[in-house]
Design a protein around this ligand. Structure first.
Ligand code: ATP
Ligand code: MG
Length: 201
């Protein structure tokens, strides 16, 4: 049976935190591959202006190029309007009939997800993998998860990964302030950001 990892995010930009979580899940769960799915441009994302979908897609491709188990998909970018994770998972299931799907997230994102409206439906389609992330304790996570949904332990798996206090928000801020982003993300992505002058303001 095919075991597939799926990792969604804005990837604005992709960094080693994403890659370590995906590779950790691949190894621990013996996944056949991990598909990275950059989100399309939501009409109103509060907080910051997202880099173009094309740039985020290309940076994701550059970042995963050296891992034969990693792939990038443009399904959310190609679809107009915001994408719902449940639709994305359904799409992947149609592409890979019979595959077992593991949706890989950070511990912060899983908390958001369990409060979504159709989380029961989502949990009926796939497993969730919550990777540890600095500032989010996995044991506290279970209490919060338990308050929202029943019997989640079978479908939501916690995973300890080497903690990396790296975030896209911090990388964007560093670029804006003219600070170094070296060793926070793969070199080809760093070069792409410099060449395209992304995140300068
Ligand atoms: P932003 O600061 O813009 O929110 P981000 O660094 O959180 O960016 P996202 O694209 O929002 O990155 O995250 C995509 C997925 O990767 C989410 O599930 C998130 O929890 C996870 N993730 C991001 N950074 C890390 C990290 N350092 N360790 C573990 N998981 C992470
Ligand atoms: Mg985030």
């Amino acid at each position: 049976m095919c075991k597939l990892g799926v990792m969604g995010g804005t990837f604005d930009p992709i960094h080693y935190g994403h890659l370590v979580a995906a590779e950790g899940a691949r190894e621990e769960l013996a996944l056949d591959k991990v598909i990275f799915i950059p989100a399309g441009k939501p009409p109103h994302k509060p907080g910051h202006d997202l880099a173009d979908a094309g740039d985020r897609y290309l940076m994701t491709g550059l970042a995963i190029d050296s891992n034969i188990f990693f792939e990038v998909s443009s399904i959310e970018i190609d679809r107009p309007g915001p994408s719902y994770t449940v639709d994305t998972i359904q799409f992947i299931m149609n592409q890979y009939p019979g595959a077992e799907i593991y949706f890989i997230t950070g511990a912060d994102a899983i908390l958001e997800i369990i409060t979504w409206k159709n989380v029961e439906r989502l949990l009926s389609l796939c497993y969730f993998v919550a990777a540890s992330r600095p500032g989010y304790r996995l044991d506290e996570l279970w209490e919060k998860v338990g308050a929202f949904i029943q019997c989640p332990e079978k479908k939501i798996l916690g995973m300890e990964v080497p903690a990396l206090a790296i975030s896209s928000t911090d990388i964007r801020r560093r670029v804006r302030e003219g600070k170094t982003i070296k060793y926070l993300l793969p070199e080809p992505v760093e070069e792409y950001i410099a060449k395209k002058k992304l995140y300068r303001r």
